[in-house]
Design a protein around this ligand. Structure first.
Ligand SMILES: [Zn+2]
Ligand SMILES: [Zn+2]
Length: 319
């Protein structure tokens, strides 16, 4: 057993006082020494955090004690260490930015649990739709899935004509943890798609609970792991090294801070080109030192997770 856990979770549920909730929730995370990113919105809660096992368990118990989060599910992965360096608990207008005119609490696609998904995806009448961004599906996706060249879920409406011919098919949407699909599947229903399903808990839960069969490549994640393995059944590499074109699923951030592109770079090219994606990037005078991981920690000198807490300068710190 590894000593740390990474939690991934979301819940669409009305939160009447997001600012007040945020303050309280930030304090809870501080008390439990969690790091990560949490978004609070009037429509719900979305987070990914890391911490020691006991702290993560206490956090999950505290969240689940609130009846608003009855339907919330935690995806739990083991880690050797924190996967975040900072703690951000922020209020936004949506828990996942979409600008789509939908309310998943009123209408959304039918949830498929990982086992049901594994069976249904092989149905000849089924189409898989990847709801993630282009840089995410370029490193891994379900075999045969339709992807969109989009930066953000906001751009989904621009791609509707690419799938307009599938309105009578069974479509299953999927994303990393399931949160985007709540809105994307709702949007497809509003656009006249008749049989809309979504992979509940996303790629991560499918990997944890159903072995990840038929997921090719790796799953992009938003912490310092960059991309994680999903498929323990029939894994394949889908991405190629940005420099030499050989098959590689080593995802790095380009060492040029101005570029910082997420690209696949093979081991040899990583060292040869100092972790950069192009020669232009290699000549960046601000180039960061490549250490073989392609992950560059943000400046954390003098940082304390208390910084984002409103009462930081006040009584809480002194007590
Ligand atoms: Zn290479
Ligand atoms: Zn670059």
């Amino acid at each position: 057993m590894k000593p740390y856990r990474v939690l991934l979770y979301y819940c669409y549920t009305p939160i009447a006082d997001p600012e007040g909730f945020r303050e309280q929730h930030h304090l809870l995370c501080l008390q439990l020494n969690l790091l990560g990113r949490i978004i609070v919105a009037p429509e719900g809660l979305n987070g990914t955090v890391s911490g020691l096992t006991a702290d993560c368990e206490a956090y999950m118990a505290a969240v689940k004690a609130d009846p608003r989060f009855d339907s919330l599910e935690f995806k739990v992965e083991e880690q050797e260490t924190h996967t975040f360096q900072k703690l951000h608990v922020r209020v936004k207008t949506e828990i996942v930015h979409s600008d789509l005119p939908v309310d998943p609490l009123r209408q959304t696609g039918i949830h498929l649990e990982p086992d049901a998904f594994r069976q249904l995806k092989n149905d000849p009448d089924v189409v898989l739709l990847d709801m993630r961004s282009n840089y995410e599906h370029s490193v891994g996706k379900f075999n045969g899935a339709i992807t969109f060249d989009m930066e953000n879920l906001r751009n989904l409406p621009d791609h509707m004509d690419e799938i307009a011919h599938l309105k009578q098919k069974k479509v299953i949407t999927y994303c990393t943890g399931g949160i985007k699909c709540e809105k994307a599947s709702a949007y497809l229903l509003s656009q006249g798609f008749e049989n809309v399903y979504q992979l509940h808990g996303g790629i991560i839960k499918y990997g944890l609970e159903a072995g990840g069969e038929d997921f090719d490549g790796k799953c992009y994640v938003f912490d310092n792991r960059v991309a994680v393995a999903v498929n323990q059944v029939n894994p394949a590499v889908v991405s190629t090294c940005h420099r030499c074109g050989t098959a590689s699923d080593r995802m790095v951030n380009c060492a040029s801070p101005a570029c910082n592109n997420h690209v696949a770079l093979c081991e040899a090219c990583g060292w040869e080109h100092h972790g950069t994606c192009t020669d232009d990037c290699l000549s960046d005078p601000q180039l960061r030192a490549y250490d073989g991981t392609g992950y560059y920690s943000k400046k954390t000198e003098g940082y304390t997770p208390w910084q984002g807490y409103k009462s930081f300068a006040g009584s809480v710190l002194k007590s």
